[in-house]
Design a protein around this ligand. Structure first.
Ligand code: CP
Ligand code: NVA
Length: 309
């Protein structure tokens, strides 16, 4: 059993596919009013150092729908990073609550929390990864196209936390991941080397030209060019990413039925145009809604069933 949900590559393809299948089934049960409130009197503690709309609300709503409760703590509330060591935070919250969800700058912080906490720890985004987002995204793709194996996702823009988790999830699940990013904003070679490619699995490819990336793609995906914590680099980043916008001209170079996805928040006029966003708003908003559906299942599995088996 895996106690925590920190990174996609901690899990096998079977485990990830099982979670996705279960999340889709639970979504249907929930819509029919038949999903049991299976976590009564359970508490999720949430430590958030960065802003959030979707992630905070989806975790809190999920706990409430399962009959449990969530406590939202900002980094300032608990005196991060100086008031007490991470292992004390982990051991105290692990004795008062049934799980932790954390959104921090530091990835090692989440790993340390997980190592010291007797209860499940869920990564709700770090500078390195955003695994819950990637799972909700692939759930959305499955709802549209069915089987994921052999499908191609083209990520246009920054090789950031969202791109890393998507590259991991796509390759693990037999998809082809193509990144079009400007120089110095690609995924690091050491990370690319860790991706499970070949041997009948998925593939990873980096190209410079976004048009080349979207040709033959089932999904075109983008995210902000300026992630949380990079605000001081904004001017240089807007310059570096010019030419990597998901706009109508780029979408014309993709197959006609292509899905356009965005994790949100979206910066219109930067990584995506208003026109493309609105033309694909139904998909993008269902993708956001699936954050709730995936995380509700994840909490059920981690808290209610002792981990991912
Ligand atoms: N996509 C996502 O994680 O959104 P928030 O930052 O609003 O939680
Ligand atoms: N890459 C973005 C994702 C926001 C959900 C960030 O880290 O700010």
């Amino acid at each position: 059993m895996i106690k925590d949900f920190v990174d996609i590559l901690d899990f096998t393809a079977e485990q990830l596919a099982g979670l996705l299948k279960r999340a889709l089934a639970d979504k249907a049960l929930f819509a029919a009013g038949k999903l049991p409130a299976s976590l009564p009197r359970k508490t999720l503690a949430m430590i958030f150092e960065k802003p959030s709309l979707r992630t905070r609300v989806s975790f809190e709503a999920a706990m409430s729908q399962l009959g449990g409760h969530a406590i939202y703590l900002t980094g300032a509330d608990i005196g991060l990073p100086t008031r007490e060591p991470v292992q004390d935070i982990a051991r105290v919250l692990g004795r008062m609550c049934d799980a932790l969800a954390t959104r921090t700058f530091s990835h090692p912080f989440v790993r340390q929390l997980a190592a010291h906490c007797p209860r499940p720890v869920v990564n709700a985004l770090t500078d390195e990864s955003h695994p819950c987002q990637a799972m909700a995204d692939l759930m959305t793709v499955m709802e549209r196209v069915g089987e994921l194996g052999g499908r191609t996702l083209a990520f246009i823009g920054d090789g950031n936390n969202v791109a890393r988790s998507l590259a991991a999830a796509c390759t693990r699940l037999g998809m082809h991941f193509v990144l079009a990013a400007p120089a110095a904003h690609e995924l690091k070679e050491s990370f690319v080397a860790s991706l499970p490619v070949g041997q009948g699995a998925g593939s990873y490819r980096a190209v410079r030209d976004p048009r080349q990336a979207v040709a033959g793609a089932d999904v075109v995906y983008t995210d902000t060019w300026v992630s949380m914590g990079q605000e001081d680099q904004k001017a240089a980043r807007l310059k570096a990413f010019a030419g990597f916008q998901v706009n109508a001209e780029l979408i014309r170079a993709a197959p006609r039925q292509v899905m356009v996805m965005h994790c949100l928040p979206a910066y219109r006029g930067c990584e995506i145009t208003e026109e493309v966003f609105e033309a694909h708003a139904q998909t993008i908003l269902e993708e956001a809604a699936n954050r709730l559906h995936f995380q509700r299942t994840l909490l059920n599995v981690l808290i209610g069933e002792g981990g991912v088996g």
